[in-house]
Write a protein that binds this ligand. Structure first.
Ligand code: FA5
Length: 326
């Protein structure tokens, strides 16, 4: 067997032994590469007698083609084997149960806000937003608080400067509406309020209120009571009892607080009353012709009563164990 045949034979055996495409690649480089055995053989052509050179060159070329054919076949065989193995490894069972995605839910306060709004919109109230950064005038002065009046102390206030403060009550919206609206109107607003209070289970520096007021001709306490009864019914169930007791707020006359009868107890919800005529007059609304009612309450309080939550701080802590209970 001459040198060429020997090389081909050797290369074929090496190819047969190769078990991966990577090994085929190595054999290819070893025999067919620019520094490979066949190339080396070709370089010996110079040492042959001139007449033998063409035939030798042609044989080496033919051997290269033949070997390239073997390499391609072996590579394609092993390629198929490797692809098969890869597919087998990556096979997955589409019938296996998937990873469950945990569902989110509304924060209990957001859910309560939606229910409060739905109930009041159903009673014909229109919702308006007011600023959390208020001024002294809207939060207090326009609401008939005389300067230095003790009622101011009940709403300990975060002042930002001499004029601006964080609103202590959503009632501050009344003036913002009466600044530019003429009666009749029925307005609701809901949002965050802030008071400089020692935080405990029933008081927070940040909490939510809903305020509702209506001005029209002939609005009376009967309208207030009827509306509050309807509202309490929508929030706590149709048959809930509502109780009113005299209370004082500078912006209503008469003023009341109101409670619902729940689980055998009277639980206070908020304050209410007929809008003080001074306020209507301050905004150029004729108090002989028009009258109005207003009520306000804590949003947390509604949910606390309904779900028996006994610590208001839970609403701001975002503890999932609490939030998941809805
Ligand atoms: C008011 O804020 C009046 N603006 C309510 C009102 C509106 C009366 C319209 C008349 C007419 P009061 O300060 O009582 O009233 O607060 C009302 C409700 O807000 C309370 O019953 C309570 O549920 C809630 N609230 C008040 N302060 C806090 C606090 N620090 N933390 C949590 N909730 C509070």
């Amino acid at each position: 067997m001459d040198q060429i045949e020997q090389l081909i034979d050797e290369a074929r055996r090496a190819l047969d032994q190769a078990s991966t495409t990577l090994e085929v690649q190595a054999v290819e480089t070893r025999y067919l590469g620019s520094k490979g055995s066949l190339q080396a053989l070709l370089r010996t052509v110079g040492s042959l007698p001139r007449e033998e050179r063409p035939a030798f060159g042609a044989r080496v070329n033919a051997a290269r083609d033949q070997l390239a054919g073997y390499v391609a076949r072996r590579r394609s065989d092993l390629d198929a084997v490797e692809r098969e193995a890869r597919l087998e490894k990556e096979r997955f069972d589409v019938t296996m149960p998937g990873m469950p995605f945990p569902f989110g839910r509304l924060h209990p306060l957001s859910a309560t806000v939606s229910r409060v709004k739905a109930a009041l919109i159903g009673l014909g109230f229109e919702f308006v937003d007011g600023p959390e950064l208020e001024d002294y005038s809207h939060n207090f002065a326009a609401l008939n608080y005389p300067e230095e009046h003790p009622a101011l102390d009940e709403q300990m206030t975060f002042y930002v400067d001499d004029v601006r403060l964080l609103r202590t009550q959503t009632t501050a919206l009344q003036g913002r509406v009466m600044d530019h609206r003429r009666p009749p109107f029925r307005i609701g607003t809901i949002g965050r309020c802030f008071r400089y209070e020692a935080v405990d289970a029933t008081h927070h520096h940040t909490f939510h209120q809903v305020d509702v007021f209506m001005v029209d001709e002939g609005v009376s306490l009967a309208d207030l009571k009827g509306t509050l009864k309807q509202f309490a019914g929508a929030m706590f169930g149709g048959s809930v009892q509502v109780r009113f007791r005299p209370d004082y707020f500078p912006f209503v006359e008469p003023g009341v607080d109101y409670s619902v009868h729940w689980n055998g107890r009277w639980l206070e919800l908020g304050g209410a009353g007929l809008i003080h005529p001074n306020i209507l007059e301050n905004y150029g609304i004729d108090s002989e012709r028009y009258s109005g009612f207003a009520f306000g309450l804590g949003v947390e309080r509604i949910h606390m009563i309904q779900r028996g939550v006994n610590d208001l701080r839970l609403y701001l802590e975002n503890d999932l164990r609490f939030l998941r209970q809805g």
